[in-house]
Write a protein that binds this ligand. Structure first.
Ligand code: FES
Length: 116
């Protein structure tokens, strides 16, 4: 594994994932609350492209599998079955689901590098 250039920070939208393919790995990058974050673009539940999900900016989650869950965090909603994950950490809201895989990211003078 090594640091690999992925894009310039200017190519990333605020509050929306931009998806890249690098070494056959799909990676979603988002700038959220002025911080760039990168996740493996695979939902840990059943493999959906999680970074194509909707960002919930209302900071309250919806009903998930008949359990009403309330969160103070902003969430990404999986497009397949609706599981939710915290944008800031990738943590799954539903406890029986694994967290998103965080990819280490660094910004050097506006150039973003991922550690893969
Ligand atoms: S694949 Fe994401 S919730 Fe099922």
């Amino acid at each position: 594994m090594d640091w690999k250039f992925i894009c310039k920070i200017d190519e990333i939208s605020e509050n929306r994932f931009t998806i890249f393919e690098l070494n056959k790995i799909s990676i979603g990058i988002i700038v959220y609350q002025n911080i760039a974050r990168a996740y493996l673009n695979i939902c840990p539940h059943a493999g959906a492209a999680i970074c194509e999900g909707i960002i919930n900016d209302y900071k309250i989650s919806t009903k998930v599998h008949h359990t009403e869950l309330i969160s103070e965090d902003s969430l990404i909603l999986c497009p397949w079955h609706g599981y939710e994950f915290k944008i800031e950490t990738g943590e799954a809201i539903v406890k029986d689901c694994k967290n998103l895989v965080v990819i280490r990211l660094k910004n050097e003078n506006g150039n973003l590098f991922v550690y893969i």
